[in-house]
Design a protein around this ligand. Structure first.
Ligand code: PLP
Ligand code: COI
Length: 354
C-alpha cells in the first residue's frame, strides 16, 4: 500500500504519456498504479494502491493449484469532448459476482468493484489514449483464491487486483474483415460446465484450438455447442452475431460468456428497427447469412469475411467485396460513438470519470 498517495491530487486530464498511441497492440504496457482489495475473516478490507506489478502469494494458494481465478475486461476511452468514459461497468461488476459464485469464490460487492475502476482509471490517467488514436485504456480486474490449501476446496481468503493497460485492437485486422474457422477437434468448455463464467480455466482450455487456428491463418475459432456440435457457440474471446434476412441473430447457449457488448448491440439493433433473435443457430444457417462479426470488449465488433469448416471443407463466404457489411458498420459506429460521446448515450451506459 502506498499510504502517501492522495488520489484527489490526480487529474483525469493529465498530459498523455509519451507513447505511439496509434500503433499499440492488444498487450500489456506497464502503467503507474494498480488497486487491490483483500477478503479476510469473512469480509472485504480497504482498497489499497500499489505501484508494484508483482503479487506476493503463497505457493499453496488455491489459485495456483485448483484454478480459483476469475477476471473481467472493460475499457475507458477519451471522447471527442475530452471526457473519459467507462462503458457499462455495473454489468462487468455483476458478471464478476456471477463468476465468483460459479467457482465458489467470495463475490466482490458491485460498489467496491466500481470504486476500484474509478480509482485505477484516475491514477493512470496519463495512459488513457488520446481521442482519435484508435486505442483505449483496457481495465483488467482479477480475483484469486489465496488461502494455502492442498485438499480440493475453496479458499477462505481472496485478493482482487485491478490494473490497466493502454491497448490497440484485439484482432490485428481491427475493423477489417477476417477469416474464422470451425473445428470439432476441440471444445472450450463442457455442456454444463463453466462457459458462462469468465474464469482463467476456460481460456487455458481454448489455447490449443486458438493456436491451431492462428497457424492456419484464422483470427479465431468459432466454437460449436459442446454437447451436439450442431449449433454455433462463440468466437474465441468474443460472442458471435450474424445478419440473416435483415435480422440480428446471435446464439443462445449456456456454454458461452454473456457478452456485454453483444447485449448492447442487440439493444442498438432494436433501436435501429431490426428484429433480434437470440436462439440456437445451426451451422447450416451460415449459408444464408449476409453479415457476421465477433463482438466483445477487446474485439469491439470485428467483421467476419469467411467461415471455414475444417472438418467438412465447407466455406461460408460473407463478402461485401472484402468490406464490412452495412449493418455491422452502423452498429460498430453507433457503439464506438456512444463510447466517445459522439452518439447520444440514450440508455445511460457510460460513466464519466472525474
Ligand atoms: N466471450 C468470451 C469468451 C470473452 O472472453 C469475451 C470477452 O470478455 C466475450 C465473449 C465478450 O464479452 P464482453 O462483450 O462482455 O467483453
Ligand atoms: C475482453 O474482451 O475483454 C476479453 O476479456 C477478451 C480477452 C482478452 C480475454
Amino acid at each position: 500500500m502506498n499510504a502517501d498517495i492522495d488520489i484527489d491530487s490526480f487529474d483525469i486530464n493529465a498530459a498523455p504519456a509519451d507513447m505511439d498511441w496509434a500503433n499499440l497492440c492488444f498487450g500489456y504496457y506497464p502503467t503507474d498504479y494498480n488497486v487491490r482489495c483483500e477478503y479476510r475473516d469473512g469480509k472485504w478490507g480497504e482498497i489499497t494502491i500499489s505501484s508494484s506489478p508483482m503479487l506476493d502469494i503463497h505457493m499453496a494458494a488455491t489459485c495456483l493449484h485448483y484454478g480459483q481465478e476469475l477476471f473481467e475486461g472493460l475499457k475507458a476511452q477519451r471522447g471527442k469532448d475530452g471526457k473519459v468514459r467507462v462503458f457499462r461497468m455495473d454489468e462487468n461488476a455483476k458478471r464478476f459476482i456471477s463468476s465468483a459464485n460459479g467457482i465458489k469464490m467470495a463475490p466482490l460487492p458491485e460498489e467496491i468493484f466500481c470504486k476500484m475502476v474509478r480509482m485505477v482509471v484516475k491514477l493512470n490517467a496519463r495512459f488513457i489514449p488520446p481521442y482519435g488514436s484508435g486505442s483505449s485504456l483496457y481495465i483488467r480486474p482479477l480475483e484469486i483464491g489465496i488461502t494455502p490449501q492442498v485438499g480440493v476446496k475453496s479458499a477462505v481468503e481472496y485478493m482482487v487486483v485491478m490494473f490497466v493497460s493502454p491497448v490497440g485492437p484485439y484482432f490485428k485486422t481491427g475493423f477489417r474483415p477476417s477469416k474464422i474457422c470451425i473445428t470439432r477437434e476441440y471444445d472450450r468448455v463442457a455442456p454444463k460446465g463453466t462457459g458462462r463464467f469468465k474464469i482463467g480455466g476456460n481460456y487455458a482450455a481454448s489455447l490449443a484450438a486458438g493456436d491451431m487456428a492462428h497457424k492456419l491463418g484464422y483470427s479465431a475459432v468459432l466454437y460449436l455447442d459442446p454437447k451436439e456440435k450442431k449449433y454455433l457457440d462463440e468466437c474465441g474471446p468474443a460472442n458471435f452475431f450474424a445478419i440473416k434476412d435483415g435480422k440480428y441473430i446471435t446464439p443462445a447457449s449456456d456454454s458461452i460468456l454473456p457478452s456485454i457488448t453483444n447485449m448492447s448491440l442487440r439493444q442498438l439493433a432494436r433501436d435501429m428497427g431490426l428484429e433480434v433473435e437470440e436462439r440456437h443457430i445451426a451451422i447450416e444457417e451460415l449459408k444464408d447469412i449476409s453479415e457476421a462479426a465477433a463482438c466483445g470488449t477487446a474485439a469491439v465488433c470485428s467483421p467476419v469475411l469467411e467461415i471455414d469448416d475444417l472438418d467438412t471443407g465447407d466455406k461460408y463466404v460473407v463478402s461485401h467485396d472484402g468490406e464490412p457489411g452495412p449493418i455491422t458498420t452502423r452498429l460498430y459506429e453507433m457503439l464506438c460513438g456512444i463510447k466517445t460521446g459522439e452518439v447520444e448515450d440514450k440508455h445511460g451506459w457510460c460513466e464519466v470519470i472525474e
